[in-house]
Design a protein around this ligand. Sequence first.
Ligand SMILES: O=P(O)(O)O[C@H]1O[C@H](CO)[C@@H](O)[C@H]1O
Ligand SMILES: [Mn+2]
Ligand SMILES: [Mn+2]
Length: 403
Amino acid sequence: MSRAFLVVMDSVGIGGAPDADRFFNGTRPDNGANTLAHIAQACAAGRADQGRAGPLCLPNLDALGLGAAVRLASGADVPGLGVTPQGLWGAATEVSPGKDTPSGHWELAGLPVPWDWHYFPDTIPAFPADLSAAVARAAGTEGILGDCHASGTEILTRLGAEHLRTGWPICYTSADSVFQIAAHEETFGLDRLLKLCADVAPILHAMKVGRVIARPFVGSPETGFTRTAHRHDYAITPPAPVLTDWVQAVGGWVHGVGKIGDIFSMQGIDDVVKGPDADLMRQLSTLVDGAEEGSLTFANFVEFDSLYGHRRDIAGYARALEWFDAEIGALLPRLRPGDLMILTADHGNDPSWSGTDHTRERVPVLGAGRGARALGQVAFVDVAASIADHLGLADRGPGRSFL
Ligand SMILES: O=P(O)(O)O[C@H]1O[C@H](CO)[C@@H](O)[C@H]1O
Ligand SMILES: [Mn+2]
Ligand SMILES: [Mn+2]
């Protein structure tokens, strides 16, 4: 028997996407964006020394082949990385027409997104009047605030006080296909915010907007406003069976760690643990020790993206990578014979780039437990096919196993 662990390092791109010129941050196309290489270069140049110092130090990921994967994907220089790989290593290219989290995860799970997502224009207002009216009606308010593209932390600074005064929900979007609603946990109420998002989600999903995201926050104009951990995503359900379903179909257990439940609307997932990345790492560790034979553990570590990539915080991103590398280094020796762990990513979010949105990039594919070999350039769907192959499943989707 065998077990599989699919670990997504959210937004840890490695550059080189062949269609990057069709994706944008503001008016700047994404070609040239390279999350990992630009972080490594900033570290080597002494431009990322807050809370850490020196060249980027990722010995465990690099031993699997991370530095080699960056060079393969983009030809970029990655100072501090690039030892001879001892794992499976390659670079994966996405074909879905979005550089967002659901697109990346669905495609890694064997399902390229078969439609064009709806994106809201970067105008004010950003939303059609009838949609804004429907949201206000569902909220029981006279109107909505925001109605624009925004960074979720910046918009709280700008509109938090007005939200407290009016009680109107703050609605905003980004370069992703998302409708985000921020509201104060205590004055507006967390349950009321979650119900509002659940109530309007069918309207947005019918428009092919990928997700409605509840963004609760606390604080005051005096103390400032802070988002809480009670974020909840209401995503469109995948339109066809994916890796999680294939595993369940033969009686295998599927453990979700982090946002995986939200991303797949719990499709094919038996249980999920959410929380900060440090808690998720403890859960992943528990599952490495105890997950059942034949099971899939599917994990997403989001803080690279949410705390550092979108905030364009290079040193913070480097710290998060170094923490993650050390933690994974402690897990890898505990894998059992018959285990496969794949570490990969869903898109880029280059903290040195313009804007605050994701960047279209290739992603690393690193494998532990099945020897050392160069995989070359692969497709996102090959990740699902390979895990299915490893677990001995008949369903493998459109990808090809690289095992
Ligand atoms: O700026 P915040 O609210 O973190 O928003 C980010 O989070 C959204 C969902 O991951 C992305 O679309 C991006 O806009
Ligand atoms: Mn993501
Ligand atoms: Mn993101």
